[in-house]
Design a protein around this ligand. Sequence first.
Ligand SMILES: CC(C)(COP(=O)([O-])OP(=O)([O-])OC[C@H]1O[C@@H](n2cnc3c(N)ncnc32)[C@H](O)[C@@H]1OP(=O)([O-])[O-])[C@@H](O)C(=O)NCCC(=O)NCCSC(=O)C[C@@](C)(O)CC(=O)[O-]
Length: 334
Amino acid sequence: MMWSSKVGRVPMLPCRGFATSAQKEWSHTLPSKVRIVEVGPRDGLQNERNFVPTRDKIRLIDMLTNTGLETIEVTSFISPKWVPQLADAKEVFTSIQKKPGVGYPVLVPNLKGLEAAVEAGAEEIAIFAAASETFSRKNLNCSIEESLSRFRQVTEEAKRHHLSIRGYVSCVAGCPFEGSIDTEQVVRVTCGLFEMGCYEVSLGDTIGVGTPGDFHRILQALQPHVSMNALAVHCHDTRGTALANILTALQYQVHVVDASVAGLGGCPFAPGATGNVATEDVIYMLRGMGIDVGPIDLSALIAVGQETCQLLGKNNNSKVAVASQASRVRKANL
Ligand SMILES: CC(C)(COP(=O)([O-])OP(=O)([O-])OC[C@H]1O[C@@H](n2cnc3c(N)ncnc32)[C@H](O)[C@@H]1OP(=O)([O-])[O-])[C@@H](O)C(=O)NCCC(=O)NCCSC(=O)C[C@@](C)(O)CC(=O)[O-]
C-alpha cells in the first residue's frame, strides 16, 4: 500500500455528517462501516483514584447502552489488589440492563478471572498481552511468554463455555519503560493471540506515543500474517495523534475502533498514559467522512460524557463535546 501518496490525495472535507460526491470517491478506499468498541466503563474508570460508587458505574453503562452503542466493555475480573477500582466487577456486570444485540465484553487476566466472568454470565471476554516485556511484568506480573501460556489455558476453558474471545496487545507503538518496541514482537504477540482463538485483536497504543508513521509500519508488518478485518485499534490520545492514527488504520481496512466516552482512561501500570481517544470525536470524524458507525445518538453520548465528567470532577477531553457546549451552530450539526 502506498500510504504516503494516499494521504497526499486527501481533500478538504466539509464535515457535515453526510457524504458528498468528493467524500464518496475518497472513502471508497476506506471501510464503509466501522464498529466502535466503547471502553469507558473499564479503561476509563480503572485509573480513577477515588472509588466510583457501583451504582454510578451501573448508571454510566446503562446510559451508554441507551445511546445506541453496539459494544460496551464493562469491567475487568482482575485482582482487586491490583486494581481496587474494579473490585465490584461482578455486581456491576450482573446489575446492568443488557440490551439484546449489544456486546458487553469483560477483561480477564487468568483462569480465576474467567471463572468469575462465567459465573457472572459474561458471553465475551478480552485477554490482554503486551508487546513489551517490562510492561507485561508490571501489568500482569509475568513475562510475555508466561502470559501467552496463561492465556492459552484461559482461551481453552473459555471455548468450552462458548465465549467469544477478544485480544489486546499493549504498547504496540512504545512502552513507558522500554521506549521503542520491536515491530516483530507486535506481530509475534498478535499472531499468538489469533492462534489461541481470538476473533479480533486490538492494537493498543497504551501511552499514546504512536504516530501515523508507526501505525503504517505496524500494519504493514502485520498484513502478510493476519486479516486486517480482524484487527482493531485502541489509541490513547496523550499526544493528540489518536484520530490521525485511526485514519491510518482505516486506510488499511481496519474497521473496529476502541474509544472512550469523554476521552476517559489510562492504565494504572503505564506511567504517563492519559485517556483514550474520545468516542464522540471518533464518531464525529467518521460520520463526517460518510462512514456508517451505527445508530449512535451523538448528542445523547455527549450528555453522558458531560455527566460522567461532572461526577468524576474532571475536564471533558472530547473536543466535539466541548465545542458543542460552546457553539449553537455545531450543535445543529450533531
Ligand atoms: C494477573 C494478576 C492477577 C497477577 O497478579 P499476581 O499477584 O501475580 O497473582 P496471584 O495469582 O499471585 O494472586 C494474587 C492475589 O490476587 C487474587 N487474584 C488473582 N487473580 C484474580 C482475579 N482474576 N480475580 C480476583 N482475584 C484474583 C489471588 O487470589 C490472590 O489473592 P490472595 O490469595 O493474596 O488473597 C494481576 O497482575 C492483575 O490482576 N493484573 C491486571 C492489571 C490490570 O488490570 N491492568 C490494566 C489493564 S489495561 C491494559 O492492560 C491495557 C489495555 C487492555 O487497556 C490496552 C491498552 O491500553 O493498550
